[in-house]
Write a protein that binds this ligand. Structure first.
Ligand code: 9WN
Length: 444
């Protein structure tokens, strides 16, 4: 293994060690002091390469805070670190729901369920196979319960597509995709509960974070959820933000596939998972495909129409094998165009989260343009699945180049490669470990 990879791996493990809190890993030292849902999935993927016990513990801790209806919360709060983030449990008031777990403090929304992918990786890589099997016996029903939650409580038309009801549930909080539905929400600022943002006190310029208008809407939605005691049926009736997102649904679809494999290891019947997989793949392919854009769109259930904003989420169905070969070919052409930084374009790093030629493109504002390691890691899996190996190799190379260039940051300017957001960011470290060991052939 080249020396520089060894050194980089050492530094990546150091970042995870620094953020490890004994039972789970916080996303970063200052900005995100609690446990986050999909972060923990990505982090466990990194640990699976060298610390099976920690990888298992990371997911077990998250699922210990699963709601009784199966929802895996977006945040599990660290009671010893309260006061540095907004919103925290006093604002969420999760205890208003009969589903909230008694022994945990959590938020009242969820995120894309990447944990089955992580669990499968852990099981495949396990050195201690008995421990992995015992652990899986415990986690598997919880992973299933989370799938049931999405299909039972978030798919009112029974089409195999789950909706999100808050931009934070997408994981790509202020992507330009959410501008139209957020703008359509009429908010009386005077009736919003008082609140104070904490993120802007952590040294990151406001130009790189969601706007105050975005936050007003985020808060409006949380306030609505708590007024409705987190009753999913009531929220569905009243919530102005109800959206089927190809990112979440591709991850949901992939989870069915990975759970089928895990279920077979445990000797379980996986018929229901197969049905969910088929239905979600079909609906991604038929309902969310937008032939004119050459990508998958989100569908706004309130407006009753697609939102045609081109972000990296539009390519995500590659992850679960939903696109036809023709759709995959069209997506590939798009990914290889100027809009998303083609392989031979030396002016940029791939893959920016939003169309480089898009009206709202911003090189440094959070999910409105920069390159992110987690979404690129997901796309990388999809590119490999469809045999686009040259592109996958180039995405892997760019992940390594960006981190080598300036460190374990949260997001990167797709033109300059400069790094932004919070430093010592866990999933950047964890997924870099996976990319080096899995993608460059340097590992097992
Ligand atoms: C809200 C922790 C999380 C990530 C999200 C990312 C950011 C939170 C925030 O940080 O969101 O969930 O406060 O901005 O958008 O994807 O999980 O790393």
């Amino acid at each position: 293994m080249p020396e520089s990879f060894e050194e980089l791996l050492g530094r990546a493990k150091g970042v995870l060690d620094g953020n490890w809190l004994g039972r789970y890993t916080k996303p970063s030292p200052h900005l995100y002091p609690h446990q986050w849902n999909w972060d923990s999935g990505f982090i466990a993927i990194g640990y699976s390469h060298y610390d099976q016990a920690r990888a298992q513990q990371e997911l077990s801790s998250l699922f210990a805070a699963q709601w009784r209806n199966g929802m895996v919360p977006q945040i599990v709060f660290n009671p010893d670190a309260l006061g540095g983030y907004f919103p925290e449990p006093d604002f969420w008031q999760g205890e208003r729901s009969s589903h909230h777990p008694a022994n945990a403090l959590t938020s009242g929304i969820t995120m894309p369920p990447v944990h089955a992918m992580a669990a499968l990786k852990i099981v495949r890589k396990a050195q201690d196979r008995n421990s992995a099997r015992d652990w899986l016996e415990d986690l598997y029903p919880r992973l299933l319960k989370s799938q049931e939650f999405f299909y039972r409580d978030r798919d009112p038309n029974r089409e195999g597509l789950a909706y999100i009801r808050h931009p934070w549930e997408s994981g790509v909080d202020n992507a330009p995709t959410w501008d139209p539905p957020l703008a359509a929400m009429i908010i009386d600022k005077r009736s919003l509960p008082p609140y104070q943002r904490q993120d802007l006190k952590k040294g990151i310029p406001s130009s790189q974070r969601p706007s105050d208008d975005d936050y007003d809407r985020y808060v409006f939605l949380v306030d609505l959820f708590r007024k409705l005691n987190y009753d999913e049926a009531a929220i569905y009736e009243e919530c102005p933000f109800v959206i089927q997102d190809p990112l979440l649904n591709s991850v949901l679809c992939k989870a069915n596939e990975d759970l089928m494999e895990l279920g077979q290891i445990l000797g379980r019947d996986t018929g229901q998972l197969r049905e969910w997989y088929d239905q979600t793949a079909r609906s991604l392919r038929d309902k969310l495909w937008h032939a004119e854009h050459g990508a998958f769109d989100v569908y706004d259930l309130r407006a009753g129409e697609p939102i045609g904003t081109l972000t990296a989420a539009g390519f995500m169905p590659l992850l679960c094998g939903a696109p036809t070969s023709e759709q995959a070919r069209i997506i590939y052409e798009f990914l290889e165009s100027k809009a998303f930084c083609s392989m031979d374009d030396e002016r940029c790093y791939s893959i920016p989260n939003y169309n480089l030629e898009g009206e709202y493109f911003d090189t440094t504002n959070y999910w409105r343009g920069p390159v992110w390691v987690n979404t690129n890691w997901l796309l990388l899996q999809g590119l490999r699945r469809y045999g686009f190996h040259e592109k996958a190799d180039s995405v892997a190379r760019d992940i390594i180049r960006l981190v080598k260039r300036c460190g374990f940051y949260e997001y990167f300017d797709p033109y300059t490669g400069k790094c932004y957001g919070t430093h010592n960011f866990s999933w950047t470290a964890a997924l870099l470990i996976d990319v080096i060991l899995q993608e460059t052939g340097s590992g097992s």
